[in-house]
Design a protein around this ligand. Structure first.
Ligand SMILES: NC(=O)c1ccc[n+]([C@@H]2O[C@H](COP(=O)([O-])OP(=O)(O)OC[C@H]3O[C@@H](n4cnc5c(N)ncnc54)[C@H](O)[C@@H]3O)[C@@H](O)[C@H]2O)c1
Length: 327
């Protein structure tokens, strides 16, 4: 049985709790959050014996094997390094950190202490992304050459003043949201990114200190290209759209908002039936537990998380300078 402490009991932690509860081989035994009442509520929901306002309290416990870090982006590095120093395996929410120096500190600390560091790139664990990955691995579309990933809509509350709209806390919109898609692009395209070009605007939510819409174009070392566009804060809130086209040298996958257009029907191949956002958090947590138990490789390594971060920091710089950012 893996004993786990959750650190951070805010928005995303709710979804992690729902992912921990069904794990037969793991048990959450402590919860820490700066806001002690949040920790207490979460601990009660999980049946965890400890709730604390100081994450060091859970790290000092000998019976805690692993931590699940669900705190504000900027805080990931210090908490993860301390966790590694206390010999705990680490699942950390995306983005791995907000600077490359912090990501490096986390990777080095985990390596030094021989603990697993897994970055919670949730999009790798949804049904839709796994179905695409399997189709690619089976060679059903040949080598991926072009990806267009559009996801838009304004589901952030417009009066939100929490840390999620502070570029200082999150690294900026491209960093905190773009890492999902940058990592997915890398995973699907199976090539090394060589450059990124970003553009962004803030026309519909000008009171936010960060962009409400961005797009980036990634060029890969095999000549493939991925174009992604993402919004989270644009108005009107009802303006949701989503479309993915993945073109391979020998076939393609595509999805839209309508169920019937999700991937392609094909005699046991390329199967994907919506809705697309299924099982992500539970599967991600399950993989973490399984790999820690087996002593295997991290399902999403620190280096992979760092690469997605480097790309998104590059896109943020590209947005500022108007230049293509080369790695
Ligand atoms: N995978 C996904 O789909 C997904 C979705 C949303 C958020 N996230 C990520 O999850 C992380 C948290 O985001 P959120 O929306 O839950 O934020 P949030 O603000 O709702 O919650 C963060 C919590 O962390 C706590 N916290 C901050 N610093 C702390 C510290 N030093 N010690 C203990 N607790 C501390 C805060 O008190 C708060 O309760 C971010 O990295 C974010 O990018 C991922």
């Amino acid at each position: 049985m893996l004993n786990v402490a959750m650190i951070g009991a805010g928005g995303v932690a709710r979804r992690h709790r729902a992912g921990w509860i069904p794990q037969a081989d793991a048990s959450v035994v402590g919860v820490a959050d700066l806001m002690a009442e949040r920790a207490a509520e979460a601990a009660a929901e999980l049946g965890a014996e400890q709730a604390t306002g100081d994450y060091m309290d859970v790290l000092r416990r000998d019976d805690v094997d692993a931590v699940d870090i669900c705190t504000t982006e900027r805080t990931h590095a210090d908490i993860a390094v301390a966790a590694a120093e206390h010999g705990k395996h680490i699942l950390v929410e995306k983005p791995i950190a907000t600077t490359l120096e912090d990501a490096d500190r986390m990777i080095a600390a985990a390596d030094e202490r021989g603990v697993m560091l897994m970055v919670g790139q949730t999009h790798r664990f949804y049904d839709y992304s796994i179905a695409a990955k399997s189709a690619i691995e089976r060679g059903e579309i040949g080598t991926p050459v072009y990806l267009r990933y559009s996801s838009g809509g304004g589901f952030w509350n417009q009066d939100w003043t929490g840390n999620r709209i502070s570029a200082g806390d999150t690294g900026g919109n491209v960093v905190t949201n773009g890492v999902h898609i940058a990592d997915l692009c890398n995973w699907w395209m199976r090539a090394r990114p060589v450059s990124i070009y970003g553009q962004a605007l803030n026309q519909t939510s000008p009171h936010l200190e960060m962009n409400d819409y961005f797009m980036f174009t990634i060029k890969y070392d095999n000549g493939a290209i991925a174009v992604a566009e993402l919004s989270r804060a644009n108005m009107p809130r009802s303006n949701q759209f989503k479309s993915i086209i993945l073109l391979g040298a020998e076939g393609q996958l595509s999805s839209g908002m309508e169920d019937e257009s999700n991937w392609v029907d094909g005699d046991g191949g390329m199967e994907f039936v919506g809705p697309e956002f299924q099982h992500g958090f539970t599967r991600m947590i399950g993989e973490f537990v399984r790999r820690v138990d087996e002593g295997g490789q991290s399902p999403v390594s620190g280096e992979e998380g760092r690469l997605a971060l480097a790309m998104c920091l590059g896109a943020e710089e590209s947005i500022r300078t108007g230049e293509v950012f080369k790695f």
